[in-house]
Write a new protein. Structure first.
Length: 391
């Protein structure tokens, strides 16, 4: 069932189309699954052994608010009753309610009679009591002319909007914990994401780029194949240091990254940049410094984790399955030449002056030219972290 889409009025049809496309893509490779549109819901028909995979995929896909696994039966009340008893046998509850709906008038029994018939059987067989106002468990029966569905679980979907319905963004992906979470949050608001990673190469090894690759593969579960640009940033960092960046080194690097990302984004038709910044988390993330970095971007710079505590971000990274990869060791290109004490407040002028001295536009152009593009294969539900191969 889709959630916010119900609110979208005229846009609804195109949102549903995007959701259907994303759903088909996500389910590809899950096994034999048939997908149909049914009003404001989708119906995925799969053999039982494929069900866990289908549930994993559908509950994490942006745009679906409720996922309801159900048994599909021949359209007769007797089948519904038998299935209901089997489903509720394993459920620890004392009271229940049957919510039956005749979805097509060609089904011969009214919703009320269907509910009564199924309810009576459950009561007799299992000794549960009927409670229509606050039952411990609800049993749903949906009857059509040619089929009938019985279910007890209603799982919460990821919610949000289908990826691709809000436009495109370029995510600055560091290989740390925060930026993959930031990317997922923006995907959930409908942004299709591309990624750029700045590695310390050639002054460091390629480890951080492997991590970025594995993270993008993981995030591909939510939007399909994504592009990753890897920019070797080591020499540019050294250039900033030798040009006298001093205590402004980290900010100068951040601004340069943003400039390069901005140029790449414009070239790739992305309309915004995304970072994993969280206010006050580290010295470079004071309100003032965030503003100074934003100043280097011509596109909106989105920071969906701005108000998050680290512990909240870690919880979400664990849920997404990016945490294990993020904490693998690498040589962070940012700490490489970082000053011992970073500034928490600066005027933008010294940075602008520094950028003028080293002719920053030429540096940006060179770095954009050195960007290597990759297409990490999306990791499927149930697949192991690819990170262990890279570690
Ligand atoms: P993260 O866990 O995402 O690295 P962080 O808490 O370590 O975040 P910083 O290292 O200050 O914070 O980085 C802030 C943001 O800047 C990151 O979330 C990311 O969006 C961007 N960023 C930092 N370093 C890089 C890099 N090497 N490549 C691409 N983006 C980067
Ligand atoms: Mg970091």
């Amino acid at each position: 069932m889709f959630g916010e889409l119900a609110l979208k009025g005229r846009k609804r049809a195109s949102f549903a189309t995007a959701l259907e496309r994303n759903l088909r893509r996500a389910l590809r490779g899950a096994g034999r699954v048939k997908l149909h549109r049914r009003g404001s819901s989708f119906l995925a028909i799969a053999p039982p052994h494929v069900l866990p995979r289908v549930l994993e995929i559908t509950t994490e896909l942006p745009g679906l608010s409720v996922v309801q696994p159900a048994l599909r039966l021949e359209p007769a009340a007797a089948h519904a009753s038998r299935a209901a008893v089997e489903l509720l046998r394993g459920v620890a509850a004392r009271s229940f309610a049957v919510r039956a709906r005749r979805r097509e008038k060609t089904f011969p029994i009214s919703s009320m009679d269907l509910a009564r018939a199924v309810g009576a059987e459950v009561k007799d067989e299992l000794g549960l009591s009927v409670d229509l106002t606050s039952p411990e468990v609800e049993l749903h029966v949906d009857a059509y002319e040619r089929e009938l569905f019985v279910s007890v679980d209603r799982l919460r979907g990821a919610g949000g909007l289908p990826v691709g319905t809000s436009g495109r963004a370029l995510v600055l992906l560091s290989g740390g914990i925060d930026s993959p979470v930031a990317a997922y949050r923006m995907m959930k608001r409908g942004l299709r994401c591309d990624f750029v990673h700045f590695s310390g190469q050639p002054l460091t090894g390629p480890e951080s780029a492997y991590k970025a690759y594995a993270l993008v593969a993981r995030l591909g579960r939510y939007q399909g194949r994504s592009r990753l640009f890897v920019v070797p940033f080591g020499l540019a960092q050294r250039l900033l240091a030798s040009s006298g960046a001093g205590r402004l080194q980290v900010l100068a690097q951040r601004r340069l990254m943003v400039r390069v990302a901005d140029a790449l984004a414009r070239h790739e038709q992305c309309e915004a940049l995304v970072t994993g910044d969280s206010l006050g988390q580290v010295a470079s993330q004071t309100l003032r410094n965030l503003e100074v970095v934003q100043g280097a971007s011509s596109l909106p710079l989105l920071r969906p984790l701005l108000d998050r505590d680290k512990s909240e971000i870690i919880d979400e990274a664990q849920r997404l399955g990016t945490f294990e990869t993020s904490i693998l060791p690498d040589e962070d290109c940012c700490t490489l030449l970082a000053p011992r004490r970073a500034v928490t407040w600066t005027e933008p002028e010294p940075l602008i002056e520094l950028e003028r001295r080293l002719d920053v536009d030429t540096v940006v152009e060179r770095l954009v030219g050195q960007a290597v593009i990759m297409w990490p294969r999306p990791q499927r539900a149930g697949e192991r972290e690819p990170a262990s191969a890279a570690a």
